[in-house]
Ligand binder design. Structure first.
Ligand code: BTN
Length: 318
C-alpha cells in the first residue's frame, strides 16, 4: 500500500475527528512537512480534507468531482464531461461520425438512457462511472471483441491494486464475490478488413447504490472501498493501464494477455449455458484461447464461443 493510501486510511478511519499533523507524521514515519505536502496533493485530486498541520486534519470525504485535466493522459486527448446525457455511447458515436480523433473521452455523471449489452437498459445514477472512449484501432474488425477483454482485464487490475478481488466474467463483465460491479460494451463501424471507429463504453458502480431487479446480482465498489477512492482516481488509473495495453494489443494481439485473463476468470471450471447456431447448449468453461474465445467443454467436445450470452447454470457453481 502506498503512503498516499496510508494517509487516506488513517484519516478516513476517523471521519469528523481532527488528527494532528505530528500524530500523522509519527504514524506514517515521515516529517510534518511531508504530511502537509501529501494532504495538498490529495486536495488537488479532489479529496476533501479540512484543517492544517497545527490544527489537525479532518476527513470530510472522498471527492466525486471529475477534472478533465487529470484525465487527459496516456492516449486520451479530448475529455468531455457532462452532468447528464442519454448515453455516453451515443455522444461518442456522434463525434466518431463527425471525425473526432481517437482518444476522445465522454463521461457523464448520470445517463438517462444508458445501454447494456444485448439491448438491455443500464441504470446510471450519480455516483457511478459512466464513460465511452473513441478508438480507431489499426486491427481487423474480428479482433475488436478481444480488445474489450483487455479493457476489462485492465479494470480487474485497477481494482486488485486497491484490494478488491475482481474477477472477469467472459466476455466483458467484472464481478466481485459473486456480484457484477461493472460492464463493458463496444459498438463499431467497419469494412471487411478495416475498423473506421469503435466506441468502448464502460459502466462501473462506484458510489451509487447497485441497481435492483437485474438479471444477475449487482454490487457497487463502495461495499469494498467505502469512500476511500474517487471516480477520478479509478478512471485515471485505468487510462494509464489501457493506454499501454492498447498499444501492445495492436502489435501482438490477445495472446500476451491470455494468461492474466485466464487467471482472473470467474467462469473457469463452472457449469455454463451458451448459445450456438443450433440453440442453447451447456458445458464447463475451460478458459480462453489465443484469440479471446471462451472454450467450453461439452459432452460432444470442446466448443469455442466467440460471441453471445454465457450464463452460469447455478450461481456459485463449481
Ligand atoms: C453490460 O454489462 O451490459 C455493458 C454495460 C455498459 C454500460 C456503459 S455506461 C457508459 C456507456 N454508455 C452506455 O449507454 N452504456 C455504456
Amino acid at each position: 500500500m502506498t503512503a498516499k493510501h496510508d494517509l487516506i486510511d488513517l484519516l478516513s478511519r476517523r471521519p469528523g475527528t481532527r488528527v494532528s499533523g505530528s500524530d500523522l507524521a509519527q504514524a506514517l514515519g515521515m516529517t510534518r512537512a511531508a504530511v502537509h505536502k501529501r494532504v495538498a496533493k490529495l486536495r488537488a485530486q479532489g479529496f476533501r480534507i479540512d484543517g492544517a498541520s497545527r490544527l489537525g486534519y479532518r476527513w470530510v470525504g472522498a471527492a466525486d468531482r471529475l477534472e478533465p485535466g487529470g484525465l487527459r493522459r496516456g492516449f486520451v486527448r479530448d475529455v468531455h464531461l457532462f452532468d447528464a446525457l442519454p448515453s455516453t455511447q451515443d455522444e461518442a458515436k456522434t463525434r466518431a461520425l463527425a471525425g473526432a480523433p481517437e482518444g476522445t473521452l465522454i463521461v457523464a455523471d448520470r445517463q438517462t438512457a444508458g445501454r447494456g449489452r444485448l439491448g438491455r437498459a443500464w441504470v446510471s445514477p450519480p455516483g457511478g462511472l459512466w464513460y465511452s472512449i473513441l478508438l480507431r484501432p489499426p486491427i481487423a474488425p474480428d479482433a475488436v471483441p478481444a480488445l474489450i477483454l483487455v479493457a476489462a482485464l485492465d479494470w480487474a487490475r485497477v481494482l486488485e491494486a486497491r484490494g478488491v478481488p475482481a474477477r472477469l466474467k467472459w466476455p466483458n463483465d467484472l464481478w466481485v464475490e459473486g456480484r457484477k460491479v461493472a460492464g463493458l460494451l463496444t459498438e463499431m463501424s467497419a469494412e471487411m478488413d478495416r475498423v473506421h471507429w469503435a466506441v468502448l463504453g464502460v459502466g462501473v458502480n462506484v458510489a451509487n447504490d447497485p441497481p435492483g431487479g437485474t438479471d444477475v446480482p449487482a454490487a457497487s465498489l463502495k461495499q469494498w472501498l467505502g469512500d476511500r477512492v474517487t471516480r477520478q482516481e479509478l478512471l485515471a488509473a485505468w487510462i494509464d493501464r489501457f493506454s499501454k495495453s492498447y498499444r501492445r494489443f495492436a502489435a501482438d494481439g490477445f495472446a500476451p494477455f491470455r494468461p492474466a485473463y485466464a487467471a482472473r476468470s470467474w467462469l473457469r471450471g463452472r457449469a455454463v449455458r451458451f448459445q450456438t447456431a443450433a440453440g442453447a447448449a451447456t458445458g464447463r468453461a475451460a478458459g480462453v484461447d489465443a484469440t479471446g474465445r471462451l472454450m467450453v467443454e461439452t459432452p460432444r467436445g470442446t466448443v469455442a464461443v466467440a460471441a453471445g450470452e454465457v450464463s452460469l447454470l447455478r450461481l456459485n457453481s463449481r
